[in-house]
Design a protein around this ligand. Sequence first.
Ligand SMILES: [Zn+2]
Length: 420
Amino acid sequence: MLPRLSDNHVIPEKIFKMKVKCAAQVFSQRVSSTMNFLSSRNIISPDAVDTAFLCQFFDNLFDSLNGSFDKIVDGKKYRTAVKKNSPHHELWDQSLKILSTMRFIDKNGKTTSVPTIRNWISTIKSFQTLYKVLQSVNIRSFLPRHINQDSLENFFGAIRSVGSTNPNCNAFIMAYKTLVLNNLVSPQSPGANCEEDFTEGSLSSFRNLFDKAKHFQTKTSTGINTAADFSETTNQLSLTTAFVQGQTKTFIAGYILKKLNKDLFKNCKYCLSLLCSTVSNDHDHQLISAREYKSSYQSLKYPSLSLKSVVHNIISYVGKKMPVVCHHEHIFYNLCNDVHNIFNFDDILNCPEHHKIFPIKIVEIVVKLMINHYCTEINRILLGKKKVRPNENDPIKKIANAWHLKHSKRKVQGKFNLVT
Ligand SMILES: [Zn+2]
């Protein structure tokens, strides 16, 4: 009846005390309604009705502080935004009364006061105050989920995974930078939409931010503010975009350089001196430095300007060609040939030992990277993990998106059929 409940939920010695999930699974509508049903049929003691009430009570209270949808989803009326006429206010008032009369009794039969109840009360009171404050500055709706500690905990968890478990201020800043930049150039998508600019797609999250900012600006003029209003940061961010764009390009060139060195010139001094930047602590190389922090044993390479532009040119060219040739045979071979016919690599490297093999290798590496990347992109669109831009002109991506929309609709419909 309750497949999710295990010993770890109910037997005191076995309960996972730090897992909120376990508590949430016990104090749930499902447990509550099952208990009510069983006690009404006299299968369990009729007293269970009170326990069922308690489960439902905490389920509602938990939902009311964890709302992440504007509208009611799955009949959870408390897991919504807090607004003027939302049911939260009544629930909170009632809950304060109930919680203030709750008592814990210890082994010796004495009444004790436990922090849990006190903290519930102060949390609810804080939310009530917060709502009043937000309303006074014309913010009429907010989602409690955005205020809870989860995001903060996740953030600290991520920081620890990058740096040390107990970072000092400096290490914290470095780890934060690494996370932000890593996020924009994640390994499976070293630059998303390639047809216009290799780095553009990795910035889509930033662009979404601008679009949202604009959206909220227009809303502000009608007098409605929302808690997610961040229009004042727009100007700052456009500077950041240019910066990140440059950093990403450099990073990708650095990645290619490292691979070339490993496969081809194996620390040949002549090659490295031509392809590496002499200034390693350059403004341009902050992303590489930030990444290096993550794995200090692995020394990354700092690409020179000429290498950077070669890599970028190949990427732009292959990115433009991909939608046209991706369904043809031998794309790797053909793309490599095309690139060799169009670009001239003669004056980049004149190392006597490697100058012949260098153009072949660099083209192979970049073309392979781009094909893999393109396939990943298409797969992500098919799975609905990535949305195509409204002005998308890549026919393959459009088809992939249409396929996804067609199949996802069917799923949603199935779900509704199940519910009703
Ligand atoms: Zn060489």
